[in-house]
Design a binder for this molecule. Structure first.
Ligand code: BGC
Length: 354
């Protein structure tokens, strides 16, 4: 089916959604995912493929190797060349797709940015994600509550780990966490002994677990952290992969589940939840990928049917060409007290998987 011609638009306006129900079945949807090396993107991809197929669409689902930008660009090029009707993209580097998406714009192919905003491209029609500022706020607030920072008498040590700054989400995670933590840092209630306090200094290439582990090992030896040495109260880790790397480094230094600092995470991936159960990681942020995938399928269906697309935020996400109409799903903090209800009872995982 061709969404693109003016004729189609006219037809759509004249005959409405009902006339399009069967045409919608024939739409071809490209889905470009960044990597298969992290559990969440496999889930995002397969959830979306299943739901889009259930809606009657043909799906071209591609993973860009292990976060390989040229591969992602090629795959998107092919989706454009093969006349996909809508393309859904979770970008690796939000700023690396400007050129290739000119092709989508030329062919009037709507592009939905999935989870991560695509920057500097006017080809992006919609954005669906979780409330990324809230993700950061939940992490910061968890640390503030667990350490009772409002009543802390002595300065407490913290270290900070972010994802790569070419992932636009990182800026929002950071902003949300700093809303809560920065006032305590400014007051001296929280101290960062490594001195690495800027987002850039705390960044981790490709959200790589081993990179985070190496950086934590270096910080441990330069600051002298250890269960019997310089105390470490908390580590802000922006996702579970980073938390896992940090945890490995601390375990190797002699920490265990009786004296681990407060460590945050995000995604509730299986290793993260297992570490929460073991008492190595304190919390994660649950972003139910089923909800996000379902929302994007709704967007695709509406676009294909020529109907209005549901969004709930039209102010926050400016990609450099203007604000992109967005739908923000709700993230939820998860820890040992509620993971069972959030993750097992909801059918996200079986108990055995954890
Ligand atoms: C996502 C996180 C994920 C991270 C690493 C971010 O853009 O929002 O859920 O953990 O990328 O893949």
């Amino acid at each position: 089916m061709k969404l693109k011609s003016g004729l189609t638009a006219m037809f759509c306006a004249m005959f409405g959604a009902v006339a399009f129900a069967s045409a919608a079945n024939a739409a071809k949807i490209g889905v470009s995912m960044p990597t298969q090396s992290l559990q969440r993107w496999n889930q995002d991809g397969s959830n979306m493929k299943a739901m889009l197929e259930k809606s009657g669409h043909d799906v071209d689902l591609q993973y860009a190797g292990d976060n390989d930008i040229p591969t992602q660009v090629n795959q998107i090029e092919n989706m454009i060349a093969s006349d996909c009707d809508v393309i859904v993209i979770a970008s690796i580097d939000g700023s690396a797709l400007t050129e290739v998406l000119k092709g989508a714009k030329d062919k009037n192919i709507p592009v939905i940015a999935y989870d991560r905003l695509i920057m500097n491209s006017d080809a992006v029609s919609y954005y669906a994600t979780f409330d990324n500022t809230k993700v950061g706020r939940l992490q910061g607030q968890y640390i503030a509550d667990a350490l009772d920072l409002a009543n802390a008498k002595e300065p407490l040590n913290i270290e900070l780990f972010t994802g790569p700054t070419d992932d636009n989400n990182v800026n929002f995670f950071w902003g949300g966490a700093m809303e809560v933590l920065k006032p305590y840092i400014d007051k001296g209630t929280l101290v960062v002994p490594s001195g690495q306090t800027s987002k850039e200094q705390c960044a981790t290439l490709n959200w790589n677990l081993e990179e985070a582990q190496k950086r934590m090992e270096n910080i441990i030896s330069s600051v002298g952290y250890g269960p019997e040495d310089t105390p470490l109260a908390a580590v802000l880790a922006q996702n579970d992969a980073l938390a896992n790397g940090v945890t490995n480094a601390l375990l190797a230094t002699g920490y265990d589940n009786t004296n681990m600092p407060v460590i945050t995470g995000q995604d509730c991936d299986k290793p993260g939840v297992k570490n929460i159960k073991r008492g190595y990681q304190s919390m994660s942020v649950f972003k139910d990928t089923r909800t996000l995938a379902a929302q994007v399928v709704k967007m695709v269906d509406a676009i294909v049917a020529g109907q209005p697309v549901e969004v709930n935020d039209t102010t926050t996400y400016d990609n450099g060409t203007g604000v992109i109409p967005s739908f923000l799903c709700e993230p939820v903090a998860a820890d040992k007290n509620n993971y069972q209800k959030l993750l097992v009872e909801s059918g996200y995982y079986t108990e055995d998987e954890l």
